[in-house]
Write a protein of this length. Structure first.
Length: 711
């Protein structure tokens, strides 16, 4: 038993005995073999969600090796023509920067604006160039492995998702409503739609109610603070070290507020620990969870909600959160038999005002902004006098680490997810055995764009590689004080962040995307056709590099296609369109439809999935011979040929040596403005590795010597 005196407890936490015990308990999370009775998702008997507060993916993991962070070789360009990192600040630009304070992971970093209106202003219709004016200069601050070693080590030990977005371009509560209910009352019923933290009381259905009706056990693990009722502000308290920070958003629904003691909604959502009792140690926050795990009473579905000080919200140290996550993992692994059947999802409700460089997938607000093969009208907030009309989401990328016996080994999963993916994972696990578990609140558009998180797991053959994690005892708060904001100062001499080199194992993805561009000199039109021949829907983001038009978004369901045409006469017949898709997919078309141009090249791409190759066929449709150059980034190979009129060349690019990654550019000396760039990853249903360009690996010889995370 630990002493109840907190000062004595803090002294114990700094001792080597407890440090050693903590480290061993976390190592146990990796060492325990997975329960593998069926080799399918059915082996998961317990699902646990731990949603922290307000951190962006780049802010935490932009320098982590093997993820789409600061080393992204294909970022969007802003209207200024500069890459997305160069955010305008009024007098010039501001790059991401690393604050200079010591022990950055223990600093009380200032909280930034993160409401609906300022976030949509920063997003700016997808132009994505108004972060600093709307969020402040601290928006560009980022952390490294040295600052938050536990978060990095956890990602290295398990699976990090670098395509996981929060659900809404706005604050905490609406994002948590997506996790617990699938939407924000988009249809206007039950008190919705909700785009702020009004907490006015709502009536639409929640997923725990579906679980209850289906006989699936569930529970909220939280601290009661000064009361989980209206008088106690539903768990929010001025003492930041107790309570639930108001983050159990189920308590803003009338069915939970009106639940009586003894009823399922009351007993499972309105109970918790009570560490406000003088002399109670901080780790008593996990007494109920620890007791349930040790006695094999962990529900089939659980949510863990932290007090404010441990939530990682702005003005609270990230490493207080490290301690909290480690304690939760310690409790879950205290019974190896239970842990062998448990999947823990560690994520963040929204990004605060912190910058991330990936433009989130969104449905178009009108036909002028794109199209969708699936109805997305219920994904557009109609607007009010004070809040602009716009898409609910997806929101900005946030960290997600999948911690389980089926996701260990230092992997990255790059499928697009959001908070509704958490519900969909539960659907995949429990709906086949229980009727009524398909959440009708989740919109058709969101189901098309976002996955169900199963691609982050290897149920058939779990990786049992043990990985040591750093201890977090030193991150335990030494008192109950609040501290003033730490406001980081950007450096005078700016430079782009450097991402850690090296490869990371990557999960297979369901994408197979095809985008073709055609220039028609006779009509002065450039046409783009988007085809989805994969197993999952995708949202394409199209930007113009030589006009102020756009951007546009196109959502294409699996097995469907869309197209659009642009009259480029207003730009002297010049076109410059970049098409971005998931997992680094890019097609860039640049050239001219002028009648005087001598270049008319048709570039066709075909995938040979069985032989892991890309076939490039280029046809000269002009009236004169045309020199053609093809250059490859990943294998340093190139070729030059002269195509007579009406002739074609076909080049086969094997992708085995580049793990399926390709980045080819087709150019011609006949028109220096002409470019077709084709980049991405060829999926063949098998696991691979992360984009080698993240770590600055360019050629084939470099790839052969590249190191995998945790090898």
């Amino acid at each position: 038993m630990l002493p109840v005196d907190r000062r004595a407890f803090l002294r114990l936490m700094s001792g080597t005995a407890l440090t050693s015990a903590l480290t061993k308990s976390i190592e146990r999370a990796v060492a325990v073999p997975a329960h593998s009775r069926t080799g399918t998702i059915k082996d998961v008997e317990h699902v646990v969600f731990l949603m922290q507060e307000n951190r962006a993916f780049d802010h935490y993991f932009g320098t982590l090796r093997g993820v789409r962070g600061y080393g992204d070789p294909r970022p969007v360009n802003l209207p200024s023509g500069r890459p997305v990192w160069y955010q305008p600040d009024g007098s010039g630009y501001l790059l991401p920067f690393h604050p200079t304070a010591d022990n950055l992971g223990l600093q009380f970093l200032e909280d930034l604006a993160h409401g609906w209106s300022d976030t949509h202003a920063a997003w700016n219709g997808g132009k994505y160039d108004q972060w600093v004016p709307n969020k402040g200069r601290s928006t560009m601050a980022y952390f490294t492995r040295r600052d938050i070693p536990f978060h990095y080590a956890l990602a290295d030990a398990f699976t990090v998702c670098d395509g996981y977005h929060c659900s809404l371009l706005g604050p905490t509560d609406p994002n948590r409503y997506h996790m617990w209910t699938g939407w924000v009352g988009n249809d206007g019923r039950g008190g919705g739609p909700v785009i702020n933290n009004a907490e006015a009381g709502y009536d639409w259905s929640t997923y725990p109610e579906r679980l209850e009706q289906a006989g699936i056990s569930w529970k909220i693990y939280q601290d009661s603070g000064v009361g989980l009722d209206a008088a106690g502000f539903w768990g929010w308290t001025s003492d930041a070290y107790i309570g639930n920070y108001g983050d159990n958003s189920l308590l803003y629904f009338h069915q939970y507020q009106n639940a009586l003691p003894g009823s399922p909604l009351y007993e499972k959502a309105r109970n918790g620990t009570n560490i406000a009792v003088p002399g109670t140690p901080f780790d008593a926050l996990f007494d109920i969870l620890r007791d349930d795990v040790r006695n094999d009473r962990l529900p089939q579905v659980s949510w863990i909600v932290a007090p404010e000080a441990f939530s990682e919200h702005g003005n609270w140290p990230s490493n207080y959160g490290s301690w909290y996550i480690a304690q939760a993992l310690d409790a879950l692994t205290s019974n190896p038999e239970v842990w062998s059947k448990t999947a823990l999802f560690v994520t963040y409700d929204e990004n605060d005002g912190l910058f991330d460089h990936v433009v989130p997938p969104t449905p178009p607000r009108s036909a002028a902004e794109g199209a969708s093969t699936v109805d997305a009208s219920d994904e557009i907030f109609p607007g009010t006098a004070s809040d602009p009309r716009g898409p609910y989401g997806l929101g900005v990328r946030v960290p997600m680490i999948v911690v389980s016996p089926w996701s260990k080994g230092g992997w990255v999963c790059s499928e697009v997810f959001d908070h509704t993916s958490l519900i969909r994972f539960l659907e995949r696990r429990f709906a086949p055995q229980h009727s009524g578990l398909i959440e009708t609140n989740i919109t058709a558009w969101r189901r098309a764009v976002c996955g169900d998180l199963t691609s982050a797991f290897n149920f058939a053959n779990p990786n049992a590689t043990p990985v040591e994690l750093p201890e977090t005892a030193a991150y335990l708060p030494t008192n109950h004080d609040r501290h003033p904001d730490y406001v980081p100062v950007p450096p005078t001499n700016q430079s782009l962040p450097i991402q850690e080199p090296g490869l990371r194992r990557a999960r297979a993805l369901p994408y197979e995307l095809r985008v073709d561009g055609t220039a028609n000199a006779a009509s002065g039109v450039f046409r783009i056709e988007l085809k989805n021949t994969g197993k999952a829907g995708a949202c394409f983001h199209v930007r113009s590099g030589n006009t102020s038009d756009g951007p546009w978004t196109y959502t294409v369901e699996a097995g469907k296609s869309l197209s659009n045409s642009w009259n480029v006469a207003q730009s002297q017949g010049q076109y410059d369109f970049a098409v971005f898709g998931p997992n680094g997919f890019l097609r860039h078309f640049r050239g001219s439809v002028s009648s005087s141009t001598k270049v008319d090249l048709d570039v066709d791409v075909h995938y040979d999935v069985d032989d892991y190759a890309l076939i490039l066929r280029i046809t000269n449709q002009a009236h004169t011979p045309c020199p053609v150059s093809i250059a490859s980034v990943y294998d340093d190979k190139s070729m030059v040929d002269v195509l007579p009129r009406g002739r074609a060349i076909e080049k086969r690019w094997p992708l085995k040596s580049t793990f399926g990654w390709y980045d080819l550019s087709v150019t011609t000396d006949a028109d220096p403005s002409f470019l077709q760039r084709l980049a991405g990853h060829l999926e063949n249903g098998r696991d691979s590795v992360s984009d080698p360009a993240f770590g600055g690996i360019a050629g084939e010889s470099d790839l052969q010597t590249g190191t995998l995370a945790q090898e």
